[in-house]
Design a protein around this ligand. Structure first.
Ligand code: BGC
Length: 492
């Protein structure tokens, strides 16, 4: 009889554990669900991501012109340790070796960007640099030879300095002509080999970071402060609305016009006549102009209303939807810290952001073009061995991929996932002090070494890779295009 009572108690205890909502969430967040390639659809793109300025180096070789980051990084005090991208990972000279690394990982796609000033040293005011074109043709051909699909971002923060000097680049409508000119050269030179294009990386982010705040002090983007999406800070209607506003002002701001032909109704409601109107011609160009939604997702913050509630001055800015954002509630952090003071490890954010995009855009195809982790600075100096043992990064990717797999199981049409980043690289104003790579790069020798996470990713990609690794034709149209939104580095 005594045994039966304890069995009964144990049974009830287990039921309570399973049903209790807060515990259910804890289980979701921290359990290390096993991730398998076979949980993702056939042809799913599994890749790694980089950008030109962050890895290429060779900043004045073979006819390349100066860009905004070449100039900005050379001003003492702008970048941690006064680092710069002059050499970066020397990818310009070591790209064949980097392709070998990718092949050994088992990825079927690689996302990289094209250095604008390598192709057009003076924007449209000078000649096309044929040696720049040859570099990217070589890169693309060698990727294709190894069965790796090139996934191209046309513009990832680096701009020919000439365009900055002439008219402040994106501050002027003239920039549209320059971008068009550059994009057309890219399409003509590489278009027949490229199935996937994205136009601008994180335009919402650089509009805010570089031009709202940066232009006042005449600096160019600082991407270490991120805009994120959110969970309500307080359990009330105002903060629920703050969450929807934050999403609309940061994510839908970019995607609604190119999917539906106008700014989000939420922005129209709050900004009224301040928000420009698109002409009929612009609407017809914009509407339905993308084939997939590309999102960079890393983190989550809490959102608090600044319209009806008191907020710290400065947070009620329209570009952020009049929302205050914070990582802490009642003294508890939303997730573990990372190197970026605004990025926290909140895997459920991946599932939520995918579901948000799925609902808002009728389950258009989606691709996660960036997701990654860099460890927070440690008290003690870390040596190479410490940095190679990156168990935290494995846990990060495991739990975010598991959340992505859940969203896919529930019907989200997600077609790809790219780890940021393939190798440690130049992390903007943090220089080389912050490392996102699956491969460690020795700053003295530039030697690449696989971290534990590279071995883990390889295992996922190669162990049960029989049926679904072929990446051809994941979309109907031959060349597909999107704009990558940093707004979706976020959470609802
Ligand atoms: C950017 C990358 C950057 C990464 C980590 C992304 O938003 O596209 O260039 O390195 O975040 O901060």
């Amino acid at each position: 009889m005594r045994l039966k009572i304890s069995q009964l108690f144990f049974f009830f205890f287990c039921i309570v554990l399973l049903l209790h909502p807060s515990l259910a969430q804890t289980t979701n967040e921290h359990e290390q669900e096993d991730v398998k390639r076979s949980q993702f659809p056939d042809g799913f793109l599994f890749g790694t991501s980089t950008s030109s300025y962050q890895i290429e180096g060779a900043y004045l070789e073979d006819g390349k012109g100066l860009n905004n980051w070449d100039v900005f990084t050379h001003i003492p005090g702008n970048i941690k340790n006064n680092d710069n991208g002059d050499i970066a990972d020397n990818h310009y000279h070591q790209f064949l070796e980097d392709i070998e690394l990718m092949q050994s990982l088992g990825v079927n796609a690689y996302r990289f960007s094209i250095s604008w000033s390598r192709i057009l040293p003076r924007g449209r005011f000078g000649e096309v640099n044929t040696r720049g074109i040859s570099f990217y043709n070589n890169l693309i051909d060698n990727l294709l030879l190894k069965g790796i699909e090139p996934f191209v971002t046309i513009h990832h923060h680096d701009i020919p300095q000439e365009l900055e000097d002439r008219y402040g680049s994106w501050l002027s409508p003239l920039m549209q002509e320059d971008f068009l000119y550059f994009a057309e050269i890219c399409f003509k030179s590489f278009g027949h080999k490229i199935k996937y294009w994205t136009t601008l990386n994180e335009p919402n982010l650089f509009a805010d970071m570089a031009y709202m705040r940066g232009c006042q002090s005449r600096v160019v983007p600082s991407v270490s402060l991120q805009i994120q999406l959110y969970e309500p800070y307080r359990d009330n209607e105002d903060d629920q609305k703050a969450v929807s506003r934050a999403l609309a002002f940061q994510l839908a701001w970019v995607f609604d016009p190119i999917v539906y032909g106008d700014y989000p109704p939420e922005m129209r409601h709050y900004l009224g006549s301040v928000l420009p109107r698109f002409s009929q011609e612009e609407i017809s160009i914009l509407k339905g102009s993308i084939d997939f939604i590309a999102i960079n997702h890393y983190s989550t913050l809490y959102a608090k209303d600044c319209i009806h509630s008191a907020c710290i001055p400065g947070w009620d800015r329209p570009i952020r939807g009049f929302v205050y954002t914070t990582e802490e509630r009642d003294g508890v952090l939303i997730g573990d810290r990372t190197a970026n003071p605004r990025f926290f490890v909140v895997p459920r954010g991946m599932e939520k952001i995918i579901n948000y995009v799925k609902e808002r855009y009728n389950n258009m195809p989606m691709i996660v073009t960036e997701n990654g982790f860099a460890p927070p600075p440690q008290q003690k100096q870390q040596d190479q061995q410490d940095l190679l043992q990156d168990a935290e990064r494995i846990n990060f990717h495991k739990s975010y991929l598991a959340a992505l797999a859940r969203a896919i199981r529930n019907g989200a049409d997600v077609r790809g996932y790219f780890v940021w980043s393939m190798i440690d690289n130049f992390e903007w104003i943090d220089g080389y002090s912050v490392r996102y790579g699956l491969y460690y790069v020795d700053r003295q020798t530039l030697k690449r070494m696989p971290k534990l996470s590279a071995k883990w990713y390889k295992n996922i990609l190669t162990v049960d890779a029989t049926s679904n690794s072929n990446s051809s034709n994941i979309f109907k149209r031959k060349n597909t295009m999107s704009t990558v939104s940093q707004a979706s580095k976020a959470e609802i």
